[in-house]
Design a binder for this molecule. Structure first.
Ligand code: AMP
Ligand code: MG
Length: 420
């Protein structure tokens, strides 16, 4: 049986970044993956401007107690005149600093003497001496003309959208999301909303798969639930391969008489591996149907969730152009794990790489600690919903409470949100 690492390598070797991209308006670009690095064609800010409400001055002209005439009033959005010698300018936050001025004095440090009651004939003295450059936001201090704004492969956050707007980019090329056709197998499955008869269960894989595919920015094509028969399985697989960029199924991957998926994929295309030495998730397969990649996930919801998360999710993200190489968190290595302190004794006496479901949090000493979810049965989907990490344990590996172990975030983009 292949190891997890062998399976992972094989899957990722078949992940080629899509060649399709499209221009996306900034307002629609949240969560999209950038297809070409964006550079700024302007300085931001574009001119020196005031960080405060106050007075623009030439710092070397100012002395305490002396009185200065206000020669202009500058509000944000206006172009000022050069500052006349031995005068000052009334200025407001965001307004352009006039040529000649090199400091802003806060209005709180100014004493105003209006000689004729009008706003235009003010004399002002100061209670503080200015330092050169004080309270001035220098041109280009945020982004310099020609600098990178967002890099190719980045998944756009709300802050990125703001940054792109600040340099005037209205639309940008983003990779086209890929289409993922999926179906579940199992005659026992009913949809939420239906009434269950004895022996039936609700189909949870169908719904979490649709949600996870969407959350990753791909387009789910929901083919529903395939009856447990050879003919139906074949028909569903052909239909999936005709309309999508990849296929994912759940269930029907074991060796039971009612498991048809593997044999039909083999007949229509090829299986590259079937079964990995992992727990949960052993009966997981990867192959293709006439070149369309195929992921056959186990039926058990925990197993299908874990195998999707560890194998298909990285494949999907890479295919869609996502580059996590600069991520500082958990998405760095194939397993994307980071160290944590175990709060429990453990020994993996089995022969498979175990992925325990765990809850990672931060303790009073600032350490990341992880506890093991009580019920580790692969039939217990609560173990995924209640947990934020998987804890990989190699065959034979053991530790005591207080020892280090590894954790892998269960979040879609590998970020570790700690439970407190
Ligand atoms: P299978 O791999 O088809 O033998 O299924 C393994 C176990 O997972 C069985 O207990 C199935 O009833 C259950 N199962 C399969 N598919 C689903 C699904 N879509 N939702 C919930 N449970 C499922
Ligand atoms: Mg089944």
């Amino acid at each position: 049986m292949n190891t997890f690492e062998q399976g992972f390598e094989q899957v990722m070797a078949h992940a080629a970044i899509t060649s399709h991209y499209e221009s996306v308006a900034l307002g629609d670009a949240l969560g999209r993956i950038v297809a070409s690095t964006q550079y700024s064609i302007i300085d931001v800010p574009g001119y020196d401007n005031s960080a405060m409400d106050g007075y623009a001055v030439r710092s070397n002209e100012i002395s305490l107690g002396a009185s200065y005439a206000v020669s202009q009033r500058i509000v944000a959005g206006e172009a000022p005149h050069a500052l006349a010698d031995n005068t000052i300018a009334r200025i407001f936050t965001g307004a352009m600093v006039p040529a000649g001025a090199n400091a802003i004095i806060l209005q709180e440090d100014a004493l105003v003497d209006s000689n004729d009651g009008s706003d235009s004939h003010l004399n002002v003295s100061f209670t503080e001496l200015p330092r050169a450059d004080q309270h001035i936001r220098l041109s280009g201090q945020d982004i310099k003309k020609g600098a990178v704004v967002v890099e190719k492969g980045r998944r756009l956050t709300s802050a990125d959208i703001g940054l792109l707007a600040s340099v005037g980019i209205a639309e940008l090329p983003c990779y086209t999301p890929i289409k993922v056709a999926f179906f579940s197998t199992g005659d026992e499955l009913k949809n939420p909303g239906d009434t269950l008869s004895l022996g039936q269960i609700y189909n949870s894989n169908r719904y979490f798969l649709a949600a996870k595919i969407k959350a990753l920015g791909a387009i789910p094509i929901d083919l529903g639930c395939c009856p447990d028969s050879e003919a139906a399985t074949r028909e569903y697989l052909i239909s999936a391969s005709e309309q999508a960029d990849c296929i994912v199924t759940t269930g029907g991957m074991s060796v039971g008489e009612e498991d048809y998926v593997r044999q039909q994929v083999e007949s229509l295309g090829a299986i590259l591996f079937w079964k990995l030495a992992i727990k949960p998730g052993k009966p997981v397969a990867f192959g293709h149907i006439q070149g369309t990649p195929f992921f056959g996930l186990p039926g058990n919801p925990v197993s299908s969730f874990v195998t999707f998360h560890l194998l298909m999710r990285p494949w999907l993200l890479k295919t869609m152009g996502y580059d996590d190489s600069r991520a500082t968190n958990l998405s760095q290595s194939s397993l994307g794990s980071v160290a944590a302190k175990a709060t429990f004794d453990w020994h993996n006496s089995g022969k498979r790489l175990d992925f325990l479901r765990g809850q990672a949090s931060i303790n009073n000493a600032g350490e990341v600690t992880v506890t093991r979810y009580q019920n580790q049965s692969s039939g217990v989907l609560s173990s995924i919903a209640q947990c934020n990490v998987l804890i990989p344990v190699q065959p034979g590996q053991q530790w005591q409470a207080g020892d280090a172990c590894q954790v892998i975030a269960l979040s879609d983009f590998g970020e570790l949100a700690l439970i407190n």
